[in-house]
Write a protein that binds this ligand. Structure first.
Ligand code: FPP
Length: 264
């Protein structure tokens, strides 16, 4: 699956005509060092709203328009995979009306965007425990999966009710079930087999993790998969994050020396 994904990435990325703005331009997609997977912690919606005397949910709605923009940019620049942290397993602790609003946003977003996503050949996936989402949110998750499952372009993972530790626990449980059924044994458990049972199975690990709003932590986001990711932090609040900021993050990423524990 991973090989298939990377093969398709190489094939499609050469066809991408559009480039990011020249002032902050990352290198062309076919250049070695182009990230195969960008993951974003979209933080700062509440502060953006507070600064304007607006209710917090206004920040989330403004943040939604940036989701659209980064998907378009990734599609145009030939980035094969984008993961967006939309709701964490810890976000249930927020006031009920904010949780309710966040659970309605996917409906609003996909109702207005689905045709364009299909047109752009975007395949939407969801990572996290979506079975615990309210029925109306689960319904839009299912409809979106159905509408985009045949697409072969940019993969966009929406992390909804996602937690990195829970992701690892579920992978180990899945392996334990296979051991119990006699289809696997504990001696053969290794990193690759865990990776094959994570919610991101079949996708490359994130090369670049971006977090907005000045916070310097991963907050339980893709903690296994991001083991060797390059991290990029910005003070910009998510509703102010534009494709130019994304281009800047990618350009910085391309200047990093990745050694994966080696010396070169
Ligand atoms: C963190 O900001 C943001 C979230 C918990 C929600 C992120 C959701 C979106 C950007 C919209 C998602 C769109 C779709 C399509 C599902 P915060 O509220 O923690 O901000 P703060 O730290 O300033 O309070």
């Amino acid at each position: 699956m991973l090989e298939w994904f990377l093969g398709r990435w190489r094939a499609t990325s050469r066809k991408i005509p559009a480039s990011p703005p020249a002032s902050v331009s990352p290198l062309a997609p076919e250049t070695p060092g182009w990230p195969a997977h960008v993951a974003i912690i979209m933080d700062g919606n509440g502060r953006w709203a507070n600064q304007r005397g607006l209710p917090r949910v206004a920040g989330h709605r403004a943040g939604m328009t940036r989701v659209r923009e980064v998907i378009q940019a990734c599609h145009e620049w030939g980035i094969p995979c984008l993961t967006l942290f939309a709701f964490s397993t810890e976000n249930w602790k927020r006031p009920p009306h904010e949780v309710e609003f966040l659970m309605r946003l996917p409906e609003e977003f996909f109702r207005s965007e689905i045709d364009e996503l299909v047109e752009r050949d975007v395949r939407v996936r969801f990572i996290g425990d979506t079975h615990r989402l309210p029925p109306h949110t689960q319904a839009i998750v299912s409809r979106t999966l159905e509408r985009t499952q045949g697409n072969r372009g940019l993969v966009v993972n929406f992390a909804l009710n996602y937690g990195g530790r829970a992701d690892i626990v579920e992978a180990v449980k899945a392996y334990a079930a296979e051991v119990a059924a006699g289809h696997a044994n504990w001696d053969e458990l290794n990193e690759e087999r865990i990776g094959q049972r994570l919610s991101t199975a079949g996708l490359p690990d994130p090369d670049l993790v971006i977090r907005t709003s000045g916070e310097l932590r991963l907050s339980n986001f893709l903690i296994w998969q991001a083991a060797y990711a390059e991290l990029w932090f910005t003070d910009v609040l998510w509703p102010d994050f534009t494709r130019e900021h994304l281009a800047q993050a990618i350009a910085d990423y391309q200047r990093r020396k990745r050694r994966f524990g080696g010396i070169k």
